[in-house]
Design a protein around this ligand. Structure first.
Ligand code: DSN
Length: 418
C-alpha cells in the first residue's frame, strides 16, 4: 500500500523535499532553543491522523456538530490526564497555542482596562505579558515589573510596591527568558494583599512541573496556570489553561465561544498521549536530566569566562550576554553557531541597549538535547564547542572542524520520531 508520505512525494515534490530537508537538519544539528523540543512518535501519529478532519465546537457532551463519539473520548482523556498531572481542579485543552491561551485568561477573568502586574519583556516576560506592541498590551493596563540590576533576579520588593500602588486585578508570574525559579509564596502573598488573582504562565517549564522536577504553582494556592504543550512537555503545538474550579466556567466560555471556534482535535489527541507519557518514571527522569544538563552547560560556559544573565540557571535555560563575553551581538552569535549546526536564538537582555533583531545575547536551553539522550559529559562538550566557536567567528578552519565534529556527534543521538 502507498504510504501517506509516498503520496506527498508524488503529489508535491517541493513540499516533500522541504520536509526531508528539515528532518535532516534536525538530525544533523543540536537544537538548543529552550522553547523547542522533539515530540514523541505517537504524537506525530495523532497529528497526522483523521482527527484533523473533524469539527468539534463546544465541549464533550455539548457540541454543535454531530459525530463526536471519538472526539469526546480524547478530549475527556486529555482533560482528566491534565488534571492528574498538574494536580488541579479544571483543565481546558482547546487553546490553539500559547498566545490564545493567555488571551483567553485575561479576557475571561478581567475587564478591558483592568491592571495586570506582569514581567517586562526585556527582563524575561513574554509578548502576551503586556508588551506595548501586543493587542493585550493595548487592551489591558499592564504594569511591568523588572529584575534587580545587582544579581538579575526578580525584585520582589519592587513587585510588592508596584502591587500596592497600582492595585492590579491579576498578578502574573512566568517567563520566556528568565533563567531562575519563581518564589511563588512571595507572589501569592503580594497578590493576596491587594486581592488579585494569581496566574503563572508555565509555558517554558510546564514539562518540568509535570515531571516533578520543578515546583507546582498550585501547591502554593495559585488560581490559574497556563502552559504550552510543545516545549518541555514534548507534546504537539497547543496550549492549556489549568485552574481552580471557581474559574472553570469563565475560562471555558472565554476559550469557546469567546476567542476560538473549532478546536484542533488532532492536537488534542496528541496532548492526551503526551500527558500519559508525562505520568511515567521515564518522563520524571527526563525532566530531572533537563535541569542537570542545564546547570552543567551553564557551568562549563562560565568556567570559560562567558557572562550569563543572573550568573547561572535554576531551570532549563540560560541567557548568555554575548556582547560582554565575546564582543558579538546576539544575531552574529546565533548565525555563527548556525554555521556549526548548533541552533540557538538571539535574545534581548535586561535593559538591552541594542534592538531586538540585533540584541546583546543569545538564549540556550537543554530540553531538546536531553530528549535525544544527551547527558552531563555531552553538555561539557557542547560548552567547549560554543565557546570556541564564539571566540573565533571568522576562523574558517575552527568553524569547519567544529561543524564536522557536531555532525559526527549527532549520529550517536537519534531524534525521537524520525
Ligand atoms: N516563542 C516562545 C519562546 O521561544 O519562548 C514563546 O512564544
Amino acid at each position: 500500500m502507498t504510504s501517506n508520505l509516498e503520496i506527498l512525494q508524488q503529489q508535491d515534490p517541493d513540499v516533500y523535499a522541504a520536509l526531508k530537508g528539515e528532518e535532516q537538519r534536525q538530525k544533523s544539528g543540536i537544537e538548543l532553543i529552550p522553547s523547542e523540543n522533539y515530540t514523541f512518535p505517537e504524537v506525530l501519529s495523532t497529528l497526522g491522523s483523521v482527527f484533523t478532519n473533524k469539527y468539534s465546537e463546544g465541549y464533550p457532551g455539548r457540541r454543535y456538530y454531530g459525530g463526536q463519539e471519538y472526539t469526546d473520548q480524547i478530549e475527556t482523556l486529555a482533560r482528566d490526564r491534565a488534571k492528574a498531572v498538574f494536580k488541579c481542579e479544571h483543565a481546558n485543552v482547546q487553546p490553539l497555542s500559547g498566545s490564545a491561551m493567555n488571551q483567553a485568561v485575561y479576557l475571561g477573568l478581567l475587564e478591558p482596562g483592568d491592571s495586570i502586574l506582569a514581567m517586562d519583556l526585556s527582563h524575561g516576560g513574554h509578548l502576551t505579558h503586556g508588551a506595548p506592541v501586543s493587542h493585550m498590551g493595548k487592551l489591558f493596563n499592564f504594569v511591568r515589573y523588572v529584575t534587580n540590576p545587582v544579581d538579575g533576579s526578580i525584585d520582589y520588593d519592587q513587585v510588592r510596591k508596584d502591587a500596592l500602588e497600582h492595585k492590579p486585578k491579576m498578578v502574573l508570574c512566568g517567563y520566556t527568558s528568565y533563567p531562575r525559579d519563581i518564589d511563588y509564596e512571595n507572589f501569592k502573598a503580594i497578590a493576596d494583599e491587594v486581592g488579585a488573582i494569581t496566574m503563572t504562565d508555565a509555558s517554558h517549564f510546564g514539562g518540568l512541573v509535570a515531571g516533578e522536577a520543578m515546583r507546582n504553582p498550585f501547591d502554593f494556592g495559585f488560581d490559574v496556570v497556563t502552559t504550552t504543550t510543545h516545549k518541555s512537555l514534548r507534546g504537539p503545538r497547543g496550549g492549556m489553561v489549568l485552574c481552580k474550579k471557581e474559574f472553570a466556567s469563565k475560562i471555558d466560555k472565554s476559550v469557546f465561544p469567546g476567542l476560538q471556534g473549532g478546536p484542533h482535535m488532532n492536537a488534542i489527541a496528541g496532548i492526551a498521549v503526551t500527558l500519559k507519557r508525562a505520568q511515567t518514571q521515564e518522563f520524571k527522569d527526563y525532566a530531572q536530566q533537563v535541569l542537570v544538563n542545564s546547570k552543567m552547560l551553564a557551568n562549563e560556559l562560565m568556567q570559560r569566562q562567558a557572562s550569563l544573565v543572573t550568573g547561572g540557571t535554576d531551570n532549563h535555560m540560560m541567557v548568555v550576554d554575548t556582547m560582554e563575553s565575546y564582543g558579538l551581538d546576539g544575531r552574529v552569535a546565533e548565525e555563527t553557531l548556525d554555521k556549526v549546526n548548533i541552533t540557538t536564538n538571539k535574545q534581548i537582555i535586561p535593559d538591552d541597549p541594542l534592538p531586538p533583531l540585533r540584541p546583546s545575547g543569545i538564549r540556550i536551553g537543554t530540553p531538546a538535547a536531553t530528549a535525544r539522550g544527551m547527558v552531563e559529559v555531552d553538555m561539557k562538550q557542547l560548552g567547549e564547542w560554543i565557546d570556541r566557536c564564539l571566540r573565533s567567528p571568522d576562523d574558517e578552519a575552527v568553524i569547519g572542524e567544529i561543524k564536522g565534529a557536531v555532525e559526527t556527534f549527532c549520529k550517536k543521538f537519534p531524534v525521537p520520531g524520525i
